[in-house]
Design a protein. Structure first.
Length: 104
């Protein structure tokens, strides 16, 4: 299945990859990086994309849908859960949280 994008807000990117919908804002990316102690360079390496692409996304600039999906997958692989606005969570609201089980 090809990727497609729906943008509800300039700061929110939604990308469909296979059957998984990924919604992540630049702020969430910065928060997730901080939670993991990752630099832009480390996130770029984990996502398999350029450092400048990660920096552009986190500044709210336009990047390809596939790159946003790669960033989000990197966080998920590290054990973080990206919480979309409106998604049911214990504390409500946008943010990031650790999944119940996460790798070291």
């Amino acid at each position: 299945m090809s990727d497609n994008i729906v943008i509800n807000d300039a700061s929110l990117r939604q990308s469909t990859c296979d059957t998984m919908v990924i919604s992540m804002s630049p702020e969430q990316s910065r928060m997730a990086r901080a939670a993991l102690g990752w630099s832009l360079t480390k996130l770029a390496a984990k996502a398999g994309i350029g450092r400048a692409t990660v920096a552009r996304f986190e500044l709210g600039e336009s990047v390809q849908n596939e790159n946003v999906a790669s960033i989000a997958r990197s966080f998920e692989d590290a054990g973080l859960k990206i919480i979309a606005a409106g998604e049911v969570s214990e504390s409500a609201g946008e943010g990031v949280r650790f999944q119940t089980v996460h790798p070291d």
